[in-house]
Design a protein around this ligand. Structure first.
Ligand code: XUL
Ligand code: CO
Length: 444
C-alpha cells in the first residue's frame, strides 16, 4: 500500500535551475557549509500534528482534506495506518526527523491505564518504523490542551486532579521520547494562561506552573532523558494572556523559579510575530542568554492576527534566523521543526511535498546566505565599528566594568562636550543584506 503514489522516492537534489516541483534546488544534504553538512546544520522535522493529523478544518468549516490514511473506525487501526503513511512521507521527503504530541500518534483511552497501553502500542510501531527508515525523533511533547478536562488549563488548573492528569501524561510522553531516542522534549503552554483576572489567582497559577516544570525536569532525569527540555513561548491563543508570552518573559519566569539551568527555549516564528517581535529578536534574546535550543520554523500572515502556521518561504526572515543560529554555533540537540500546515484549499497529498520542499529550500538557501554574510563580516564589521568606543575608550570600558559613577560621568560629559552625530546606516545595511540575498554577493 502506498499513500503517496505521485512521489518517486526520495526527493532528489537537482540544483537551482531545476523546474521539477518535486526536487530540491538548494537543500543538498551532503553539501558542506562551514565544516558541517547541510543535514547537520538543518535538522528538519516534520510535525505529525499538522502534516499527518491536520484536516483543513477552521472555525467556519470542518475537514476539507480527504486523506487516504486514518480512515478506519477502530482508533488503533486508524493510528497505525496514519503512522505507516507518516513514515512513508518522511522517507520520501528525505527528512531526518519528526516531532509529535502523545495524542497525535495514539488515541486517548477510557482510563489512564488504557491510554498508557495505547501509547505504548504506538511507540513500539514508531520504534520499528524509525529503525526501518533511519528517521529520528527530534522532540516529543504531551497534548495538554485538547481534552475538555484541560479547559481551565493543565498545570495551572484550579483543580489538583487535573494537574495530576497532566503530570501522568507528561510522564508517559517523556517515557515515549526516551524510548524513541528523542533529543528534545517540549513544553508549549497550551491553555496555561487566563482570559480574565476575575476568576484567576495569577500568583498561585505561576507557582503551580513552576512546580509542574520542576517535577517534569526531575522525572526526565529519573527516566534517563539526556536531551534538552524546552519551553515554547507564545503570547496569546488559546488564552488571552499566555504565561510564556515571549523569550524574555519565559527566561524571567525560569530565573524566578530556579529553572533556568534546566530548560532552554524553542522559538516559533509565528509566535514571535504574534508577540509583535521579529523572529530574530526573540531568537537573539534567547541566544544571548545561552538558552536558544530549537526552532519552530513556520511563518504568520501579517494581515491576520492569529497563528496561521504557514510554511516558511520568506528568505529574508530565514536568513536572519540562520545568522542567529550560526552565530551561536548551531542548535546542539535542537533542530528546525516545521509546525506548519498547508492551507485549507491545498488538499492534495502532493501539496504536503511542495510545502516541505519549499521550506527546506528556503532554509538551505538562508544557510548559504547567512554563512557568506558571516564569512565576509558584512554585518559584524560595521556593528563592531558602531560600538568601538565602548571597547576602545577608557570611559566605555569603565561603564561596562561598572567601575564609574554618575559624578565621574558628569565630569566627563562636561569636559568632552557634545557627542558626534553618527548615522545608523539602516538603509545601507538593508541593501547589503539584499546584495547577499539576490545580488552579486549571493553564494551559489
Ligand atoms: C501551538 C504550537 C504547538 C507546539 C507544540 O501554537 O506551536 O503546536 O509547537 O505543542
Ligand atoms: Co510550535
Amino acid at each position: 500500500m502506498t499513500y503517496f503514489p505521485d512521489v518517486k522516492s526520495p526527493i532528489p537534489y537537482e540544483g537551482p535551475d531545476s523546474k521539477n516541483p518535486l526536487a530540491f534546488r538548494y537543500y543538498d544534504k551532503t553539501r558542506t557549509v562551514a565544516g558541517k553538512t547541510m543535514a547537520e546544520h538543518l535538522k528538519f522535522a516534520v510535525c505529525y500534528w499538522h502534516t499527518m493529523r491536520g484536516s483543513g478544518a477552521d472555525t467556519f468549516g470542518g475537514a476539507s482534506f480527504e486523506r487516504p490514511w486514518g480512515t478506519e473506525s477502530d482508533p488503533i487501526a486508524a493510528a497505525e495506518s496514519t503512522m505507516d503513511a507518516a513514515f512513508e512521507f518522511f522517507y520520501k521527503l528525505g527528512v531526518g526527523f519528526y516531532c509529535f504530541h502523545d495524542r497525535d500518534i495514539a488515541p486517548e483511552g477510557g482510563s489512564v491505564e488504557e491510554t498508557n497501553y495505547l501509547l505504548d502500542t504506538m511507540v513500539k510501531q514508531a520504534k520499528a518504523r524509525q529503525e526501518e527508515t533511519g528517521v529520528k525523533l527530534l522532540w516529543g511533547t504531551a497534548n495538554l490542551f485538547s481534552h475538555p478536562r484541560y479547559t481551565h488549563g493543565a498545570a495551572t488548573n484550579p483543580d489538583p486532579l487535573v494537574f495530576a492528569h497532566a503530570a501522568a501524561q507528561v510522564r508517559r510522553a517523556m517515557d515515549a521520547t526516551v524510548e524513541l531516542g528523542g533529543s528534545g522534549y517540549v513544553f508549549w503552554g497550551g491553555r496555561e494562561g487566563y482570559t480574565t483576572l476575575l476568576n484567576t489567582d495569577l500568583r498561585q497559577e505561576r507557582e503551580q506552573m513552576a512546580a509542574f516544570l520542576h517535577l517534569a525536569a526531575d522525572y526526565a532525569k529519573e527516566a534517563g532523558f539526556t536531551g534538552t527540555l524546552l519551553i515554547e513561548p507564545k503570547p496569546m491563543e488559546p488564552t488571552t494572556h499566555q504565561y510564556d508570552f515571549d523569550a524574555a518573559t519565559t527566561l524571567s519566569f525560569l530565573r524566578e523559579f530556579g529553572l533556568l539551568e534546566r530548560f532552554k527555549v524553542n522559538i516559533e516564528s509565528n509566535h514571535a510575530t504574534l508577540a509583535t517581535h521579529t523572529w530574530e529578536h526573540d531568537l537573539l534574546v534567547a541566544s544571548i542568554a545561552g538558552r536558544l535550543g530549537s526552532l519552530d520554523i513556520n511563518r504568520g500572515d501579517l494581515n491576520l492576527g492569529w497563528d496561521t502556521d504557514q510554511f516558511p518561504t520568506d528568505l529574508a526572515s530565514a536568513t536572519m534566523a540562520m545568522l542567529v543560529v550560526l552565530g551561536q554555533g548551531g542548535l546542539g540537540n535542537g533542530g528546525l521543526n516545521f509546525d506548519a500546515k498547508v492551507r485549507r484549499g491545498s488538499f492534495d497529498t502532493v501539496d504536503l511535498f511542495h510545502a516541505h520542499i519549499g521550506g527546506m529550500d528556503t532554509f538551505a538557501r538562508a544557510l548559504l546566505v547567512a554563512n557568506k554574510i558571516i564569512e565576509d563580516g558584512a554585518l559584524s564589521k560595521p556593528l563592531a565599528e558602531r560600538y568601538a568606543k565602548f571597547r576602545e575608550e577608557e570611559i566605555g570600558k569603565k561603564i561596562l566594568a561598572r567601575e564609574t559613577s554618575l559624578p565621574e560621568l558628569e565630569a566627563y560629559a562636561a569636559s568632552a562636550g557634545e557627542p558626534d552625530r553618527v548615522s545608523g546606516r539602516q538603509e545601507a545595511l538593508e541593501n547589503i543584506v539584499n546584495d547577499y540575498i539576490f545580488g552579486a554577493r549571493a553564494s551559489q
